[in-house]
Design a protein around this ligand. Structure first.
Ligand SMILES: C[S@@+](CC[C@H](N)C(=O)[O-])C[C@H]1O[C@@H](n2cnc3c(N)ncnc32)[C@H](O)[C@@H]1O
Length: 317
């Protein structure tokens, strides 16, 4: 237990400012000979030795608190992933044309970093997929997941489901290999492709998919894809799901910062306005049949929109 406590203490010291690290390590180093020496002292001097060491400890703690407080005041605001960007780490910025390089670096540990708010939006995507599969009356459904990521937040829910084929496309190698790793020993029928979602119409057959999912991808793209080409992939009563961070949140917190091995990687996502999406897709005859906002501290954080085509809508009416 003593050793575990020391390990935890050392791990915490490693995250501090270099000056605080020196102070913390010095205290740890002098503590061992101090404890050994204390047994050899005459009883009358032990109390003074303990008081002396306690004073050194108090001075060290006060110095570390002051250094860390000063450091916090100098740091930029907290990022979207709620990891503080420390000024003593290297910062690497990625513009949207390099977003895949960003995902390549942050893929490992991506799922652990996601907030409960993000998971609420994913929950909405899962519910729409489940409802669509159950209500379709079909023995088999084809689902296309564009920019599928690691698969842990959405696809995992369907890993042991039969009667669906999950078509996965992502441009990032690290994300696709995590997806394949997560998929091992599951029953889900999958087709995994590496590629850009703007090429989806060349990679897949038209009017083949019951569902197309575009979840938290548009904010990472330099230019919006042609929705026409995506809509053409859907069967007549097919559903398109678009989920993402709300534009107002992206505008107020424009950095998506992730700390990886003492280096802060920062992507500057594109603001995506859900109303503009409804308008753009509406021009293609698509209509919103469900819209779910996710709020964070009473502000718009993310959204999940469900669209269907005009013919499917006629049947519903
Ligand atoms: C924020 S993650 C979202 C992953 C997953 N869809 C989810 O909702 O958890 C964005 C994913 O989109 C992928 N991506 C970004 N731009 C892409 C593009 N143009 N074509 C294909 N995948 C892309 C990234 O590699 C990454 O895996």
């Amino acid at each position: 237990m003593w050793n575990k406590g020391r390990k935890d203490l050392l791990a915490s010291i490693k995250t501090l400012h270099p000056k605080s690290r020196v102070i913390g390590l010095s205290v740890i180093i002098i503590e061992v000979p101090f404890i050994t020496a204390i047994y050899r002292l005459p009883e009358s001097q032990v109390i003074w030795a303990i008081i002396g060491f306690a004073l050194i400890l108090i001075a060290a703690i006060a110095a570390v608190v002051m250094i860390e407080l000063r450091q916090m005041n100098d740091d930029p605001p907290v990022s979207k992933n709620e990891e503080p960007r420390l000024s003593h780490t290297e910062v690497k910025n990625y513009d949207l044309g390099k977003s895949i390089d960003f995902y390549q670096v942050i893929a490992e540990g991506y799922d652990e970093r996601n907030s409960s708010y993000l998971k609420m939006a994913h929950r909405s995507v899962i519910e729409i997929v489940e409802r669509k599969i159950n209500q379709s009356g079909k023995a088999h459904s084809n689902i296309l997941d564009l920019g599928g990521g690691t698969g842990r937040l959405i696809v995992e829910h369907f890993f042991n489901k039969e009667g669906i084929s999950w078509f996965y496309l992502d441009k990032c190698e690290a994300m696709a290999s995590l997806f394949k790793k997560n998929l091992k020993n599951t029953k889900l029928a999958t087709d995994v492709k590496m590629g850009d979602l703007v090429d989806a119409s060349e990679l897949y057959e038209e009017r083949f998919f019951d569902l197309v999912i575009v979840s938290f991808v548009l904010t990472s793209m330099e230019k919006l894809p042609s929705f026409n080409a995506i809509v053409d992939l859907l069967v007549e009563d097919g559903v398109l799901i678009v989920a993402d961070i709300d534009h107002s949140y992206t505008i107020s917190i424009p950095d998506y910062s992730v700390l990886v091995n003492d280096e802060t990687h920062v992507l500057h996502p594109k603001p995506i306005n859900p109303l503009s999406l409804c308008e753009d897709l509406g021009k293609l005859g698509m209509r919103v049949i469900s819209a779910r906002p996710v709020l964070k501290d009473e502000e718009d954080y993310a959204f999940c929109l469900e669209f269907i085509g005009p013919r499917a809508l006629d049947e519903k009416i």
